[in-house]
Write a protein that binds this ligand. Structure first.
Ligand code: ADP
Ligand code: MG
Length: 289
């Protein structure tokens, strides 16, 4: 049977917008010494804004936006939502697509007007052996590239920003003596390092596919001294949430799969609630023991 104190703790947490799925996690969270954050939608707003549209010559800007947004309409990724929203703002009408396939950590493939269209990162084009300008790799913002058939067709440039609460989130964890704070991301290393530096996080791992994130967590778990909390917004995060000692989903933008898999759900979009959750756990423990 669960001691009464746990119910008190769960109630106190829920009033802060933190849902513990069981008293055992209230206990487990007090032992956390390693907090691993997903980047997009967790530490950053994940509400990208399209900054630029750069089609190859022979394709109009509006055409490229139409094509990319029509394909992205099939995805729930934060990048996809931003592009569809942008097309709407620009009054660009979308076209129908078929045979859509999404590749986690890469982007999508779809058929549009009889052509196979790829929309995603440069890794996606490489996967399909499609050449693209090397300059794309030097850009330190998020780039969404497009190919029609086997031809590179251009790209959209997007920017994401840190949540107002992100720095507080890290500072509060440091104050609680959480010594190992990391960021994992499928985004480019240059982008991930840039955000990590702003937050005072020295361990930033970018260019990771979903399997790469899983491998990273498995490696961390090899050392039993590491008590790990993974914090993610959901998109492609369910496997890593399951591998951590305490899986924490940000419910604000979070996907259903993540909310299901998580042990703790933060119902606001504030990553600083992670430190609050640890604090509630510690207080509950003091009441019980
Ligand atoms: P993160 O770890 O930053 O949350 P994800 O694993 O969700 O990232 O995605 C990694 C990368 O894959 C993104 O930065 C983006 O380049 C690409 N990507 C994934 N899904 C899409 C999509 N629907 N449209 C465009 N690019 C995508
Ligand atoms: Mg993500």
């Amino acid at each position: 049977s669960i001691p009464l104190g746990y119910f008190g703790g769960i109630g106190a947490a829920s009033r802060l917008g933190i849902l513990f799925k069981g008293g055992n996690y209230l206990d487990a969270i007090t032992k956390i010494n390693t907090v691993v954050f997903d980047k997009t939608g967790t530490l950053t707003k994940g509400t990208f804004e399209v900054q630029e549209c750069k089609p190859v010559s022979g394709i109009a800007k509006e055409e490229l936006i139409r094509l990319i947004a029509s394909v992205e309409r099939n995805s729930t990724h934060p990048i996809a939502k931003a592009i569809v929203e942008y097309a709407k703002q620009q009054n660009v009408e979308l076209v129908s697509t078929s045979d859509t396939r999404e590749f986690a950590g890469f982007g999508l493939e779809a058929t549009v007007d009889g052509n196979t269209v790829l929309v995603g990162n440069s890794r996606l084009l490489s996967k399909f052996n499609i050449a693209y300008p090397a300059e794309l790799l030097k850009i330190t913002d998020t780039v969404v590239v497009c190919a029609i058939g086997t031809n590179y067709a251009g790209y959209l440039l997007l920017a994401d920003t840190l949540k107002d609460d992100a720095k507080t989130a890290i500072d509060k964890l440091k104050a609680l003596k959480v010594k190992n704070i990391q960021i994992l991301s499928g985004d480019k290393q240059s982008i991930v390092t840039n955000f990590a530096e702003k937050l005072g996080i020295s361990k930033a791992y970018g260019d990771l596919l979903p399997e790469g994130k899983v491998r990273h967590l498995e490696e961390l778990r090899q050392d039993e001294a590491n008590q790990i909390a993974f914090v993610g917004d959901g998109m492609n995060d369910a496997p890593v949430l399951a591998l951590s000692h305490v899986g924490i989903a940000m419910g604000g933008l979070g996907s259903d799969a993540a909310i299901e898999t998580a042990d703790v759900v933060i119902q606001t979009d504030q990553p600083s609630k992670v430190a609050e959750a640890i604090k509630v756990g510690k207080l509950t423990r003091r009441i019980i023991w």
